[in-house]
Design a protein around this ligand. Structure first.
Ligand code: C2E
Ligand code: CA
Ligand code: CA
Ligand code: CA
Length: 281
């Protein structure tokens, strides 16, 4: 027993060491990623369930590193958050996203504004200047404030950080929408749904996955839809992979749907070819 526990301790150590090594490598190469133009923003459509129209796109970051190959965001974003590099990277994502959606709007029916939804990290919102930086980006890119949405997680908003709260208030007053990402995966208190000026809630795909086969899951999703509706929050269901999932959630009143069933994240230039975009005639 003693021997095996020592062995597993060694293994644990080696794994931890490996993870530290990986993070250091990622950090080192990440420092040059922007100037080497190794980053791209992809857009994934978010569709209005009742009409099939593409009303928003979510901006999702991609990094093709010369040395490390394609590194998924789940691997490099935590590193960038820890080192603070996410502040510069996040600003680049924001500006690129606003610019690209502005270009897309130019080839779309005027009457259907396209919103871009951008993921924001705690580090960015903790910077007192964040709201005014966002305002600068809108001015520089020419994107109207009502076509920008920022996705925040529960962890960020319940942190009670003074700068975060000031930024949230300022962004809301500027007419920017705020979206609560990964709803249902984190904390249990629901009071912040009304305490913060949220416009949108994104139902995590864990709730969507088995609604076709599991009545309990469907009941849970239906209850969340009803709750959001009565609180005046627009709900986006994430991770829609099948037609039955789209139909079930749509029929139960979920306003927006997002997932591979509609489209994978794609280059912004390819967005006009996707159904529901409504190009200008
Ligand atoms: P997220 O914000 O929850 O984004 C949704 C993730 O689900 C994306 O993974 C997307 O590609 C994936 N997805 C979309 N539809 C489906 C589906 O039908 N099935 C399945 N299985 N997956 C689907 P991705 O692009 O790998 O991003 C992972 C996470 O990295 C994001 O999760 C977000 O937390 C973070 N991230 C991505 N871009 C940025 C960024 O620019 N800034 C920050 N701070 N975080 C980002
Ligand atoms: Ca998101
Ligand atoms: Ca999410
Ligand atoms: Ca996530």
């Amino acid at each position: 027993v003693k021997k095996s526990s020592r062995n597993s301790f060694c293994l644990f150590n080696r794994e931890m060491n490996q993870r530290v090594q990986d993070s250091l490598r990622i950090d080192a190469h990440l420092r040059q990623a922007l100037e080497r133009k190794e980053m791209r923003v992809l857009f994934q459509p978010i569709v209005e369930a009742s009409t099939g129209r593409m009303m928003k796109v979510e901006a999702l970051l991609r990094w093709q590193s010369a040395e490390l190959g394609n590194v998924p965001p789940d691997q490099f974003i935590p590193v960038a958050e820890e080192t603070g590099q996410i502040v510069a990277i996040g600003l680049w994502v924001l500006e690129e996203s606003c610019r690209r959606v502005r270009e897309l709007q130019a080839v779309r029916e005027d009457s259907v504004p396209l919103t871009v939804s951008v993921n924001v990290s705690a580090r960015q919102l903790q910077d007192e200047r964040f709201a005014s930086i966002v305002s600068d980006v809108l001015r520089i890119t020419g994107l109207p404030a009502n076509q920008l949405e920022l996705e925040l997680t529960e962890r960020i908003i319940i942190d009670d950080d003074r700068a975060v709260l000031a930024n949230i208030t300022a962004l809301h007053e500027m007419g920017i929408s705020l979206s609560l990402d990964d709803f249902g995966t984190g904390y249990s208190s629901l009071s912040y749904l009304t305490r913060f000026p949220l416009n949108t809630v994104k139902l995590d795909r864990a709730f969507v996955r088995d609604i076709e086969f599991n009545m309990q899951s469907l009941h849970l999703a239906t209850a969340i839809i009803a709750m959001c509706r009565s609180l005046g929050l627009a709900l986006v269901a994430e991770g829609i992979e099948t037609q039955p999932q789209a139909e079930l959630l749509g029929n139960h009143g979920c306003r927006y749907l997002q997932g591979y069933h509609f489209s994978r994240p794609v280059n912004p230039a390819d967005i006009p070819q996707i159904a529901g975009f409504q190009p200008r005639r």
